[in-house]
Design a protein around this ligand. Structure first.
Ligand code: AVJ
Ligand code: FE
Length: 439
């Protein structure tokens, strides 16, 4: 009945909050105090900022708004408002120190568990299905992925550990034909879907081919060694200006010694695995590779159709493999491993058309600008999505090895500037289907 439904949500929320906090703690306990407060890159906040910001957002939404409780630390709201201070300036702020930050987030969390016990989880739209709690779980996990990216930028000996990803395997043909026609994009029913994923609507594509796997390191090396970074033909005007000015010569964290390419990940330098998806490339690099390969990036409509559309039933699925939550057999998520897995490592996660590794491993650049769907409504605050809509940001899909399962699904939309490559981003290619190829 309804009551057990609400109790099930409450238990789920509690478990997810606890799991997220364990991750935040492990990412911050892994380094000493100096490494918590210092800036590892101008692109990133000090880890201690992310940590207290997680607590502050949780206080704003769950303690004050949902719970209607007194503020815990109203005096620090301004310090942890991401719009008031650019990341590069955060180390100079009078931030809470590591011990203070830990005390603060713990105090907020204690109150949140109290609010959770007494909250009806219905009545207000913010509460329905535990949305406000789900939003905060996802927010914490998103910042955990950001902190993981900060770890990747940190110099020094390794402090994180995880087992190697599973072995690769066959993925069938290199590309598959996705039939043209309509499908349901976005969602109006997924309880924890964020505002930019809504509403469900009919979208349309022409027939197109999409790669069955993300572009691998091995394939990308061929582009690099073919002089791709020095060849104007493959780059857009903005891409060419950037690649010359930066300058870029290979993906971030790559280095060639003799004839061998190496990649440094979380303090460990090892020969590049040719079968793993390429990671730490910007949109411009993805676009240039695709052009060099005689292909193009998928639009986000195409990506979502490849990830959700079941041609047999005409239905859109929650995930490529169906509606069930991800398990470790489906996808490389949740920092279970510290790298993308080789192509073909997740046969159980493939879509009905045989497209692999859409969820997990690497965020996938699409050719689309980040915009609201028709019927978009801000919920519950404009600074989550709406203020980023426009031509400045490109959409990424599918999540990475550093994305938690609570913070990704086939409707989930991420976005970033086309020059960013500290995120765990790769891509796959697509192409138009010619009239003679429609099977
Ligand atoms: C959705 C990953 C682009 O990290 O900038 C965190 C998520 N929003 N705090 C970001 C977010 C507010 C956001 N991304
Ligand atoms: Fe945030």
């Amino acid at each position: 009945d309804n009551n057990t439904g609400v109790e099930r949500i409450r238990d789920h929320v509690a478990a997810q909050l606890t799991r997220a906090r364990r991750r935040s703690q492990s990412l911050t306990d892994a380094v000493d105090e100096h490494d918590l407060v210092r800036q590892h890159s101008k692109l990133m906040s000090p880890l201690v900022w992310d940590y207290a910001h997680i607590g502050n957002q949780e206080e704003l939404w769950l303690v004050r708004d949902v719970g209607g409780r007194e503020p815990v630390r109203q005096d620090i709201d301004e310090l942890y408002d991401a719009f008031k201070h650019a990341r590069s300036t955060r180390p100079e702020l009078p931030l809470l120190g590591p011990a203070e930050a830990r005390r603060y987030v713990g105090e907020v969390r204690d109150k949140v568990f109290d609010v959770l016990e007494t909250s009806p989880l219905e009545g207000r739209r913010l509460l329905a299905g535990g949305f406000a709690f789900g939003m905060i779980v996802q927010h914490e996990q998103q910042h955990d992925e950001t902190m993981l990216a900060t770890h990747q930028l940190r110099a020094g000996p390794p402090v994180l550990d995880a087992p190697a990803p599973p072995r690769g395997g066959p993925v069938g043909p290199a590309e598959v034909l996705v039939p043209g026609g309509p499908f349901t994009m976005g969602t109006s029913t997924e309880a924890w879907a964020l505002d930019n994923e809504r509403p469900a609507h009919q979208a349309h594509t022409a027939p197109f081919f999409i790669d069955t796997a993300p572009v691998t390191n091995g394939a990308y090396v061929a582009f690099v060694e073919d002089g791709g970074y020095a060849d104007r033909r493959w780059w857009s005007e903005a891409g060419w200006a950037h690649v010359r000015k930066a300058p870029l010569v290979a993906p971030r964290f790559w280095e060639k010694q003799g004839d061998q390419w190496y990649r440094t990940a979380f303090g460990v330098t090892a020969p590049l695995d040719p079968d793993q998806p390429v990671v730490h490339v910007c949109f411009h690099e993805a676009e240039a590779y695709a052009k060099w390969a005689g292909r193009r990036l998928p639009t986000e409509v195409e990506w979502e159709k490849a990830a959700r559309h079941d041609p047999a039933s005409g239905r859109s699925r929650r995930y490529p493999w169906g509606d069930d939550e991800p398990t470790e057999a489906h996808a490389n998520l949740g920092q279970r491993h510290l790298s993308p897995a080789p192509v073909g490592a997740y046969p159980a996660g493939a879509s009905p058309l045989g497209v692999h590794q859409l969820i997990g491993d690497v965020w996938e650049w699409t050719s689309s600008d980040f915009r609201g769907y028709g019927g978009f409504e801000v919920f519950p605050y404009a600074e989550y999505s709406q203020v980023f809509f426009g031509p400045d940001y490109k959409v990424l899909r599918g999540g990475s090895f550093g994305t938690d399962e609570s913070a990704v699904r086939s409707t989930f939309r991420n976005w970033d500037y086309p020059i960013r490559r500290q995120i765990f981003a790769g891509f796959r290619c697509a192409r138009d289907a010619a009239p003679g190829e429609l099977g």
